[in-house]
Write a protein that binds this ligand. Sequence first.
Ligand SMILES: C[S@@+](CC[C@H](N)C(=O)[O-])C[C@H]1O[C@@H](n2cnc3c(N)ncnc32)[C@H](O)[C@@H]1O
Length: 245
Amino acid sequence: MEPSTTNESKDLVEGNFVDLHRLRGLGDDPVYYPPILEDRPRLWPLDKWSSAPRDLGYDNFATEHWKGLRLLKDPETQSVYHNILWEIKPKTIIELGVYSGGSLVWFRDLTKAFKFPSRLIGIDIDLSRCQIPEGEMDMISLHQADCNNPESFAFLKDNVEHPILFIDDAHCNTFNVIKYAVNNFLKVGDFVMIEDTMGMWGRYSPKHLKSHLASFKDVMALDLLYSNVPCQLKDGVFQVIKSNN
Ligand SMILES: C[S@@+](CC[C@H](N)C(=O)[O-])C[C@H]1O[C@@H](n2cnc3c(N)ncnc32)[C@H](O)[C@@H]1O
């Protein structure tokens, strides 16, 4: 191709870009799509067994699902939750961050299978992405509330049975939200989980993290049994050890 010799100025790059910062850790779409292997056949001929690719060819985190609903918890994290659920048998699971709702249905089904069905309370600033079908709402209630305004969780002060598993998966104003929870409705023996963010804070904001955690020293302790597994809950599993409620 001849190099352009005209003086016409034309943008080299065109189109509008989504501001990916707004999506943060979320996928493009709350709907689950089964993975498609694009660079290899799914069924590999057995006479070429030794040369079969030994990786999946895609990032399997995005394809975690429960009953066709996206579940943003990787297998190691799911395993830690199995163990915690079985140990504490929570009467209530409160999850901040609903997204597709897959995790709420997964928690509900697990606790039903374990024969101690928990009540599930899902809280999100934007419930429009929730994909839970009507017939799957047993034991699950959804509430719109904003972590930037912890007072919007005031409804949790009433009628919430303990033990509670309180999960921050909304990644917003975490320590003020937990402060509100321990001051207003959590009790000794309840668990607080911070998903995904402890490693990043430990790396980039260690001083803030250290002083924030120290402020909770009289009311929460790190649970070493569960917080040492390399997964989304690494360093983020706490037990409530003192409460006013
Ligand atoms: C990581 S997703 C939750 C994934 C889900 N818990 C799971 O395991 O599949 C985070 C969710 O937090 C919600 N969120 C973000 N900011 C929030 C805020 N200020 N208050 C409440 N929810 C918020 C988002 O709308 C999003 O649905």
